[in-house]
Design a protein around this ligand. Structure first.
Ligand code: AP5
Length: 214
């Protein structure tokens, strides 16, 4: 199965992805997470990605598509994957769709999480992220452990540098200008389910389960 979890920054893609990927039996492929791993490892790719990420801009398409092609070549992705944060430009989508068909695994389904801009700002402004395992928290409704520690692995929990207010607004602008048009391309290739992304995390998970049953 190849599926896409689509939506603006902060719409809950990462929050919902793990459970959905497990249900589909495919790995969760999040380009943002892969870039952050490279950043933490101080690789050349991490250094390159950093300048774009900290400015709220997209990492160039060629670099990102190459990364995804290589990720899909790993053994755990033999049966597909759940994409989160990819494709994020029309060029990425126009590369991905024929690439998947060429593997004999065309895109099957996509979920578009719909969350208004003002909620994106509140969510990302309050988000805290584990520096080790990547678990996410929210200061108001899903707080980290005492002393800003991760309740899952015990590492330190921080505010992501691109969750500073000015960068959040830039990311939203990039989303509307470059990423939202991707939806039109996806809709031409596979069913795309618009799912209301507001309400509790469980309520959103239930809505997703209704449109993508196991
Ligand atoms: P990436 O890491 O993909 O960031 P993003 O798309 O901006 O998505 P986020 O991780 O910010 O949000 P999310 O939708 O996963 O929400 P979450 O579940 O965490 O990308 C970062 C950067 O990398 C990009 O800006 C770009 O530079 C680069 N990049 C990545 N992919 C690229 C690509 N394909 N091409 C080029 N560049 C690329 O939830 C957010 C918060 O809300 C959390 O605090 C959570 O607890 C809370 N929350 C979740 N659900 C709910 C709910 N139902 N109610 C209340 N709060 C909720």
């Amino acid at each position: 199965v190849v599926a896409v979890l689509f939506g603006p920054p902060g719409s809950g893609k990462g929050t919902q992805a793990a459970a959905l990927a497990a249900r589909l039996g495919v790995p969760h492929v999040a380009t943002g997470d892969i870039f952050r791993k490279h950043l933490a490892g101080n690789t050349d790719l991490g250094q390159l990605a950093k300048s774009y990420m900290s400015a709220g801009k997209l990492v160039p398409d060629e670099v990102t598509c190459k990364l995804v092609a290589s990720r899909l070549g790993e053994p755990d992705a033999a049966n597909g994957g759940l994409f989160d944060g990819f494709p994020r430009s029309v060029a990425q989508a126009e590369w991905l769709l024929p690439f998947l068909s060429g593997r004999g695994q065309p895109l099957e389904v996509a979920v578009n999480l719909v969350v208004p801009d003002d909620q994106v700002v509140t969510r990302l402004g309050g988000r805290r992220t584990c520096t080790s395992c990547g678990a996410t928290y929210h200061v108001a409704h899903a707080p980290p452990g005492p002393g800003d520690t991760c309740t899952r692995c015990g590492a330190t929990v921080i505010r992501r540098p691109d969750d500073e207010d000015a960068v959040i607004l830039q990311r939203l602008q990039t989303y509307h200008a470059e990423t939202a048009p991707v939806l039109g391309v996806l809709r031409g290739a596979a069913p795309v389910h618009d799912v209301v992304g507001t309400g509790t995390i469980d309520a959103v998970a239930e809505r997703i389960a209704r449109v993508i049953p196991a």
